[in-house]
Ligand binder design. Structure first.
Ligand code: MN
Length: 429
């Protein structure tokens, strides 16, 4: 069914102007309700329980593999099936929830709804491996300038998507408290490092990319096929201890500064839902090298996604004074130097096997202008420090700060679709 503003549901909250989850979205997640864990689809302020839909025969028109996958307690089996199967399921869920559904279907499907406020969201998949990239040239440049003012970008940046292997065991779902990590740090003036709680604790605004069908080890993924291996996107916070990072990162890259916790949003927005919001990649600057052949896409005119991302911060003081979280920055996924297609292809270009449920992340998403920094570290370039409505100043996160990411796609003639939230509160060390 084509996306249009007329895509109305019989579920009233799905037609609310501000909802993240209209009928055009239908993101997948895993939730626990009444002591059972199930796969569901977000619709307005409700969740459509797909396991119950499968059990009651509401998905009987679909291939058996899809029905089976809907009864799992993680999305990996559905992710492994591939785009035709996802599309068939999305089509059927759209039929069930569309305002034109007959009274009998509406009655049956209504019995499969769980209010989101009564459900506990889980990690959406078993994440076998997690890789973080560095795809925003604006982030790489601002961070590089702090260390190398005359030469912020290293010579490989415009040739290869830079990344590192992260830690899957410490990926947690939005809402999980994040304990301030301890580690080795060595201030520039000090002669020796000391061990203790990080004093420059930061967030990184990122998008997560969930892999669908994988590739056989030893085989690569051609750029034209890369998006067939993507199940969908979520929000991600790659919490970072900058003081630990600056001491440990050479020569092998990030390690303990980042592997203690990574938060993701519980809902995965499908590539099909995002299809109407595709736009051209930002043109490379004059003088930049052209991408090597294996990274050159024939569809660069629609390889980016026009997705607005926002960072909100609420301190303990703000919470006590009943102040709303403050929007402290915002960027757009279209500003990346490397597309999500290029990230997938580059990752598998040496024959590395990706598997269903693997998580790739874009790296901090920043734009060119002040106000679009995807982490606090980059705000060191501002003339004025970040000031909260209470008058508090933030160079880095304090205990009690809650960081919340939001994202939405919106354009003329199309409904707004959102990602829900990815949030985490900083607990003491
Ligand atoms: Mn990162």
């Amino acid at each position: 069914m084509a996306a249009s503003t007329n895509l109305k549901s019989w579920i009233a909250s799905a037609n609310d102007r501000g909802t993240d989850f209209p009928l055009a979205n239908l993101p997948y997640g895993v939730f626990t309700h009444a002591n059972t864990t199930r796969i569901g689809v977000a619709i307005g302020d409700q969740i459509l329980d797909l396991q119950s839909c499968a059990g009651e025969g509401l998905l009987a028109s679909l291939p058996a593999a899809v029905v089976d996958a809907c009864t799992a307690t993680a999305l990996n089996p559905l992710m492994a099936l591939g785009a035709e199967f996802w599309s068939a399921l999305r089509g059927r869920v759209t039929e069930l929830l569309h305002e034109s559904a007959g009274p009998e279907i509406q009655r049956s499907a209504a019995a499969m709804l769980v209010p989101q406020r009564d459900a506990m969201m889980r990690l959406p998949a078993y994440i076998g491996d997690y890789t973080d990239f560095y795809a925003s040239i604006h982030h790489a440049t601002r961070v590089g300038k702090l260390f190398r003012p005359d030469n912020p970008l290293l010579p490989n940046y415009k040739y290869a998507p830079i990344g590192y292997h992260g830690r899957a065991s410490s990926i947690v779902v939005s809402g999980t408290e994040i304990r301030r990590p301890s580690g080795q740090t060595k201030p520039q003036q000090a002669t020796e490092p000391t061990f203790g709680p990080s004093k420059s604790f930061d967030y990184e605004l990122e998008a997560g990319i969930f892999i669908g069908p994988g590739n056989v080890m030893g085989e690569s993924i051609p750029i034209a096929e890369a998006e067939r291996h993507i199940f969908g996107l979520c929000l991600m916070n790659d919490w970072s201890a900058r003081d630990v990072q600056s001491w440990e990162y050479q020569p092998l890259g990030p390690f303990l500064a980042k592997n203690f916790a990574t938060s993701i949003s519980p809902w995965i927005v499908s590539m099909e839902a995002l299809a109407p919001y595709r736009v051209a990649m930002s043109p490379r600057e004059e003088g930049d090298p052209v991408a090597l052949a294996y990274l050159t896409s024939a569809t660069a005119d629609r390889d980016a996604i026009d997705l607005t991302l926002e960072v909100y911060l609420q301190s303990t003081q703000m919470r006590e004074q009943k102040m709303q979280a403050e929007r402290v920055s915002g960027g757009n996924l279209r500003d990346l130097y490397w597309s999500i297609r290029q990230l997938v292809t580059h990752h598998a270009s040496n024959g590395c096997n990706l598997r269903a449920g693997d998580l790739l992340a874009t790296g901090t998403i920043s734009g060119p202008e002040e106000g679009s920094e995807g982490c606090l570290l980059e705000m060191k370039h501002r003339r004025e420090p970040l000031r909260l409505p209470t008058g508090e100043v933030r160079a880095f996160l304090e205990d009690g700060d809650e960081v919340t990411f939001r994202a939405f796609a919106q354009c003329e003639g199309l409904p707004r679709i959102g990602f829900g939230v990815c949030s985490g509160l900083v607990a003491g060390s």
